[in-house]
Design a protein. Sequence first.
Length: 433
Amino acid sequence: MKATRVLTGITTSGTPHLGNYVGAVRPAIAASRAAGVESFYFLADYHALIKVDDAARIQRSTLEIAATWIACGLDPERVTFYRQSDVPEIPELTWFLTCVCGKGLLNRAHAYKAAVDKNTEAQQDPDADVTAGLFMYPVLMAADILMFNAHQVPVGRDQIQHIEMARDLAAGFNHRYGNHFVLPEALIEEHVATLPGLDGRKMSKSYDNTIPLFAPSEQLEKIISGIKTDSLAPGVPKATEGSALFQIYQAFASPTECEAMRQAYAQGISWADAKHLLFKRIDQEIAPLRARYQELMAHPEQLELLLQAGATKARAIATPAMARLRHAVGLRDLRSQATITSIKPIKTALPSFKQYRESDGKFYFKLVDGAGKLLLQSQGYASPQEAGLNVKKLQADPRELANLMAMLNLTFATGALLEEALKALQQLKDAAA
Ligand code: TRP
């Protein structure tokens, strides 16, 4: 059986926090150890350029995120771990996909639409401060995925639309140039809870409520002491439900430990003590990873080598794939005459007449164009023969359309034009000739 390809990217625009660890890094590394999967993890640094124009921060974040994944146990021997910008085939594929991407598809992307809505609300130009990079974000992401023909893409819910767009682009490209791409699927980890942040809302950089994953021990304890709680005094029983502190604890503790914490809440543990227990539990899991992380951070040259080896592995797939795609679209060596004979006329679906019976018992026909757009609609006839005869009349001579329309009492579908119907009839006639 062929392995399932799983691929995901991490934008190199920030410093990893506990939410990233619990929600993405930890489950992804666990999944990469499963049998029958072939995993691709990459640092999406081209994507980072869309959000961040601080070069030092891009570099720093790339280093931190690479160190985080390795420190948390990602095995670069087992998976393909690389940096997006080390694979020049990706931007090249981005262009190919751009050329099959309807602009309207991108107009509907959530991130772009949100920016437009915000501008509109502020009575600004709708596209104020929107770069073409932001607009094109989904195409670059589709190239990331399609380059390696990934089957599954583990992402957060906010990214589902992007995966659907990647599917659309894959299908659009396949339709034009043959079956080159697997249609990817989003993989949503249902059982991985989103971690609340210091203020109880989802832990996220945009809420400024994060706990850095590898803050030194003392700092971690201090930050944890800032988690929002109610003001119940020590000795007063506390509810675990709705307690951010408890939820974070759950993400690290075993069921038995959670049960003990639940009892401690019921018995009125002080918030200070609960926070200390939480700190201890997190630190127990993180401390060994932190040590490894600090070591890696002190040796960027090791990570650089590792990423370059990853790029070599990734390009062993991307380079030949891109060569096939270049050929498929017609970017070819001019000496390859053999291929010239294989040029096929573009196949488009033909218009067609559809005959059917309605619930009123009468027989109808309609004319639709190759894309399925309704052009002409007949009235109801008493017999299928009568409907069929009229279809024949229309097919006989497209130039008679206008006359026949009146004679047969036909109507144009809303929005359809005489020219369109004429063209469709002519296409049918040409095809029959
Ligand atoms: N857009 C993703 C995010 O912000 C990152 C990303 C870039 C990605 N390319 C990808 C994720 C390809 C999965 C597959 O989280």
